[in-house]
Design a binder for this molecule. Structure first.
Ligand code: ACO
Length: 317
């Protein structure tokens, strides 16, 4: 099999919406600061009955329904997350159990905001094997449970949600190129849930925003260019660049750096904030559902963040 086709795409966010003004009422920040520095207006926050696994399970059910495929036909389920319900079982195993995908091998990958792109690459390899046909790649987060709600430098940035795709190794879609990189020597710039920490605060998400910003505006254009080169295409031949929604300013700067029109970079950060591994699949599902992406178009998906990690996958939809 040589195809790699997105048969279905779906996203799910918690019902509860938290505005910048809601945050300004509980910490020293403002709607103006958050909008100007990040582009975020609102984010969705999980309720008591919602978790990373419940959001991912809803997405998985939507994907099967859309594609008209039975859960027993799935060979693999991969969930990218940095905020799983448990260290074990894996979120993917919880999803597999909940949807009754008896024939699927299911496991999580931990690559923060690059997790979905790393997952697509992995699934392309997995689906090249014999006697397999369908796999799910999901990204899901409840980052609201990792952040320190007294730390304005991180609490205003993140949101909860899940998204994903159902992939087949047949059909008209194609995997065209990729560029994945890990910079483990810079991992200290973004950490969460330390189990060995000395202080209770070590369990929270900590980020050196300036360092990650500088990393992103250098590494993302390079990764996009390398993946497009590998695909044997030019940047002009990419129809849509779906970037991790961490900061609207990063996306604007990347578009400028690559000399590509900003309207090729769809954004939903205003409504959902930074949802880490859920970011690109939520955006993909929204743009496909909105009719902005057509069959046959070339997509470049790029994630970057904790690890540090960066990754781009180029596909024909
Ligand atoms: N409200 C008001 N003021 C604030 C807030 C806030 N929420 N947060 C910080 N400030 C203040 C700071 O204290 C600082 O004040 P000072 O100048 O008096 O010291 C000032 O605002 C500027 O702070 P900076 O951190 O320098 O602000 P910056 O312009 O760098 O924006 C931001 C911060 C938005 C975090 C930016 O650095 C960024 O987006 N970084 C990249 C993050 C990213 O891409 N992450 C991706 C990976 S995420 C993942 O993997 C999970």
């Amino acid at each position: 099999p040589s195809g790699f086709t997105i048969l279905a795409s779906a996203g799910q966010v918690p019902a509860k919406v938290v505005t910048n003004d809601d945050l300004a009422a509980r910490m020293d920040t403002s709607d103006e600061w958050i909008r100007q520095r990040t582009g975020i207006h609102t984010r969705h926050i999980a309720g008591d009955d919602e978790s990373t696994s419940t959001l991912c399970t809803t997405v998985a059910q939507q994907l099967l329904h859309q594609a008209g495929i039975g859960a027993d036909q799935l060979s693999y389920i991969v969930v990218a997350t940095m905020s799983p319900d448990y260290a074990t079982p894996a979120t993917a195993a919880q999803v597999q159990g909940a949807i009754g995908a008896a024939n699927a091998v299911a496991f999580d990958i931990s690559a923060a905001c690059s997790g979905f792109v790393y997952g697509l690459h992995l699934m392309q390899r997995l689906l090249a094997g014999p006697d397999v046909r369908y796999g799910l790649v999901l990204g899901g987060e409840t980052l609201s449970r990792l952040v320190d709600w007294t730390d304005r430098s991180t609490a205003v940035l993140f949101g909860d949600g899940a998204g994903g795709v159902l992939l087949s190794n047949q059909g008209s879609g194609q995997y065209l190129g990729r560029d994945l990189r890990t910079l483990g020597d810079q991992g200290a710039y973004l950490t969460a849930r330390a189990l060995h920490g000395q202080a209770p605060s070590d369990a929270f998400l900590h980020m050196n925003g300036r360092k990650i910003y500088t990393f992103a505006v250098r590494a993302v254009p390079r990764s996009l260019q390398a993946a497009v080169d590998q695909a044997g295409l030019s940047l002009d031949q990419v129809d849509h660049f779906l970037l991790h929604q961490a900061n609207a300013r990063i996306i604007t700067q990347v578009a400028k750096e690559l000399d590509q029109p900003l309207d090729k970079f769809p954004m939903n950060i205003a409504a959902v904030g930074n949802t880490a591994a859920a970011s690109e699949p939520l955006l993909l599902a929204e743009t496909i559902a909105g009719g902005q992406i057509q069959r046959g178009e070339v997509l470049a998906l790029c994630g970057f963040g904790g690890g540090l990690t960066v990754g781009t996958v180029v596909l024909r939809y």
